[in-house]
Design a protein around this ligand. Structure first.
Ligand code: MRU
Length: 365
């Protein structure tokens, strides 16, 4: 995607050939566009845990780059095992993290230590490229849903898509998941408008989704998290598209806290509820979404809110009385029965074991 006329991914190998990695620091958005350089696995772990990088596909790609930095520093079996454990502990819900680490570790296990650093960097770059291709394919398979919604409106008013959190290009290496169909449809000239849930507590919708849609010229409006059901009741939402951090083999979807409530409202109002996901987000080992580990984050993200004051300075502002206890579950689970369908890089399917196996037959048995 383009920022001020220049094409960016969210993560890339530094152009100076040092093997360092650069990222867009998402904790600085929407007020500052800043690139941060990562040189050690500890910095990568910190970047994932503090959400300088976030979103399931990007967390996976970043972890792969983290293992490459670890191999550059010390390619021994012990050091790599410790780096994997350090990275795996950063965020427990997005299964892409484990997927990427397993993938790179399997490549390195075949090689002598002196060849591991280069091989890890190569594989991390491939994983990044694969993610871009996968996410673009999500756009290709999802855009017809927006086109159909537009046809149903007789080509009149823009199609209203509601999304939760940020599942756009900032959440992946490029394109995004839930927003990839929006970008494709927009590129095809289909008028589309996005309702962006603000997504407390970290406000990824208000700060990141609004920022990237604005940069790309896609019409959008930020709404408070509780507004979606109300808008659906009034016919102001044509379809919902969200991303996911982990989808079970049976089609249950774990995504940013609040997604489940949107799915309930969508079902009550007869609004189609779609989930866009790359293959590496499917956890084939889990058959019940309630078994997915839910990340518990710092209560300070609930009791405070980050923003820019009128004097232009950014900072955290407390919104609860001193000492108020708070709970911060980062994700929830939407059961497959509430989901109209899944958009994958291989096409669309029902949110069910049968639906997923039709697209991923190699997973049968
Ligand atoms: O806590 P975050 O910001 O990493 O959560 C991100 C989401 O919930 C996204 O919807 C999900 O990762 C799918 S993204 C492409």
């Amino acid at each position: 995607m383009r920022v001020e006329g220049r094409h960016y991914r969210t993560i890339w190998a530094a152009e100076d050939g040092t093997g360092d990695v650069e990222i867009i620091d998402q904790t600085r958005l929407p007020f500052d566009f800043a690139v941060a350089r990562l040189t050690t696995v500890a910095q990568v772990a910190e970047a994932i845990a503090t959400m300088r990088v976030r979103g399931a596909p990007l967390i996976g790609a970043t972890a792969a780059w983290g293992l490459a930095l670890a191999a550059r520093a010390d390619p021994s079996d012990e050091a790599l095992a410790s780096a994997c454990a350090q990275l795996l502990a950063t965020r427990p819900t997005a299964v892409n993290l484990r997927w990427a680490l397993d993938d790179v570790a399997a490549v390195l296990a075949q090689l002598p230590p002196d060849r591991r650093a280069a091989a890890a960097a190569r594989r991390a770059a491939e994983i990044s490229d694969e993610d871009v291709a996968i996410c673009e394919a999500l756009g290709t398979h999802g855009a017809p849903l927006i086109e159909q919604a537009w046809a149903a409106k007789n080509g009149g008013e823009p199609v209203n898509v509601l999304t939760h959190c940020n599942a756009g290009w900032l959440a992946a290496v490029d394109w995004g998941t839930a927003l990839a169909p929006v970008y494709k449809a927009h590129g095809q000239g289909i008028p589309v408008h996005v309702w962006a849930d603000e997504t407390r507590p970290r406000n990824q919708g208000a700060s990141l989704t609004a920022w990237e849609l604005g940069r790309h010229g896609v019409a959008h409006t930020v709404i408070v998290d509780n507004a979606g059901g109300h808008l659906m009741q009034r016919g102001l939402v044509d379809l919902v598209i969200v991303g996911t951090d982990r989808t079970t083999r049976t089609g249950d979807v774990c995504n940013k806290i609040g997604t489940y409530l949107k799915a309930l409202a969508a079902q009550d109002c007869g609004v189609p509820f779609w989930v866009a996901l790359p293959g590496p987000t499917i956890d084939w080992t889990i058959g019940d979404g309630l078994l997915i580990p839910i990340e518990q984050r710092d209560a300070g993200e609930v009791t405070r809110i980050f923003g820019r004051a009128e004097d232009g300075r950014g900072g955290w502002v407390q919104v609860t009385p001193d000492g108020t206890p708070a709970r911060n579950d980062a994700f929830d689970v939407t059961p497959a029965r509430l989901i109209t369908g899944l958009i994958t890089e291989r096409g669309r399917c029902d949110a069910s074991a049968e639906g997923l196996l039709r697209l991923y037959p190699e997973r049968a048995g």
